[in-house]
Design a protein around this ligand. Structure first.
Ligand code: ACO
Length: 403
């Protein structure tokens, strides 16, 4: 009520109502020209282009260019952009020492948060955030180096030697090579799996003011370099409510175990004993457009890798849920995470790499949003207010006199 809203300022000079909006459900923190979502209609567009068209016709690097620069590139610009990013895939050799310092069982997402943040100490020119040239350079470095750090974190956990980037390969093929190459010989990934992962990266590339993007903007608003701001995005993505839902879907499917157990599971969800993971979304009150595309990709991937029994459980679970009044009335549809984990698992990624894959895909979005924020003259340091509910002023009591 109004009294709650006005508790901070109740003097005559009170400027008026202070919004109280936990979780920012009704607060726009910025004006943006990057991503458009209509949650009721199930629409997602990057710079005006429907996600379905980008998934079908674009590549991850081209979509990254679009997000960051605002327009699709011509052939020459795309070639230059690709060349520049491929030439920034190596990391300083001290990063390897840093990587080696992590415990053998360190979570790869924790490693990513640490190493992305550490990059800031290697590039002192990154502090110059108001220089367009410097910003461009850091953008290329970050997009180039994230897959290298991600693959290193995976191989560190296995105790395998790191694989150097192969800049003859495409961006996504190079990442797969750094992950899975086991011999000295040239590594060529399965083109269907390479394409599927590239499309998954496109689908994750931006999603307006989600938790991690908000973190990038908020930390970036202090004027810090982009490596540190992006490390904050990685940190936000590490949380189970944001980057961890697709892993939770796998655990749920494993727990259900077989198709005949689905009705009992649905019944328990309806009785409030847990949620149907990979279903529902804060913004989409319709089928998540990314989930539709991912479902098609899942079939393509399983054609190559062999069908996981979990896919059949997922399909039946979706079919039953979409016909059930509980889910219909609450507008609960599959979201991006319902099938993505199954695809990653079929490709050979362990569960703890799932949020890392999300981070690789999200990097152009974070960078586009960070760049837009830095250039936005209306922006200030992110500094919300609070509604203070603590004690009024009181006098300090010496420890011997305390009750
Ligand atoms: N399974 C069962 N019931 C659900 C689910 C679900 N997955 N999601 C929402 N509900 C129910 C709630 O119990 C509530 O029912 P009620 O009105 O009877 O109390 C109603 O639907 C509304 O739910 P809210 O929690 O208010 O919806 P909100 O928009 O806050 O939550 C969220 C969205 C967090 C995504 C939720 O749907 C959820 O927990 N889903 C499962 C986790 C998941 O898949 N997360 C990934 C999101 S996509 C991403 O992060 C990339």
């Amino acid at each position: 009520n109004t009294m709650d809203l006005r508790q901070i300022k109740i003097s005559d000079e009170d400027f008026g109502v202070l919004g109280y909006d936990p979780g920012f459900l009704n607060t726009a923190s910025c004006k943006s020209r990057i991503t458009y979502i209509d949650g009721d209609k199930g629409i997602l567009r990057y710079r005006g282009y429907p996600i379905e068209q980008l998934a079908e016709k674009s590549s991850f690097l081209e979509t990254g260019y679009l997000l960051i620069k605002g327009e699709l590139p011509d052939k020459e610009r795309l070639a230059e952009w690709t060349y520049n990013i491929r030439n920034h895939t190596m990391t300083h050799s001290n990063i390897i020492k840093f990587m080696d310092g992590f415990r053998y069982d360190a979570h790869p997402m924790g490693i990513l948060v640490g190493t992305v943040g550490a990059l800031s100490t290697f590039y002192s020119d990154a502090k110059d955030i108001n220089s367009e040239e410097s910003r461009k350079l850091q953008v290329r470095r970050l997009i180039g180096k994230i897959p290298t750090l991600a693959a290193m974190s995976f191989r560190h956990s296995l105790g395998f030697p790191y694989v150097l980037p192969d800049n003859e390969l495409s961006y996504t093929a190079n990442f797969l090579s750094m992950m899975f190459k086991m011999t000295e010989h040239h590594y060529e990934p399965n083109p269907i799996l390479e394409h599927a992962l590239d499309v998954l990266f496109i689908l994750h590339a931006d999603h307006e003011q989600n938790c991690s993007t908000n973190a990038v903007r908020a930390v970036g608003s202090s004027g810090v370099d982009p490596y540190t701001a992006i490390a904050a995005g990685c940190a936000a993505l590490y949380g189970p409510l944001h980057g961890g839902a697709n892993e939770a879907v796998i655990h749920m499917l494993l727990k259900i175990g077989s198709i005949d157990k689905i009705p009992d599971f649905i019944k328990s969800v309806k009785e409030g004993e847990g949620r149907l993971m990979g279903f529902g979304h804060r913004v989409y009150k319709n089928y998540d457009p990314r989930a539709k595309i991912i479902k098609d990709i899942a079939f393509q991937v399983f054609e190559e890798t062999g069908r996981s029994p979990l896919l059949d459980i997922a399909l039946e679970l979706e079919r039953i849920a979409l016909e059930d009044e509980y889910f219909i009335n609450r507008k609960l549809y599959p979201n991006v995470d319902f099938y993505s984990g199954l695809i990653y698992q079929a490709m050979g990624f362990p569960l703890d790499m799932f949020p890392v894959l999300f981070a690789i895909g999200r990097i152009p979005g974070w960078l586009a949003q960070w760049t837009e924020h830095v250039k936005d003259s209306e922006q200030k340091i992110a500094r919300p207010r609070q509604i203070y509910l603590g004690e009024a002023e009181r006098n300090f009591v010496p420890i011997d006199l305390r009750p």
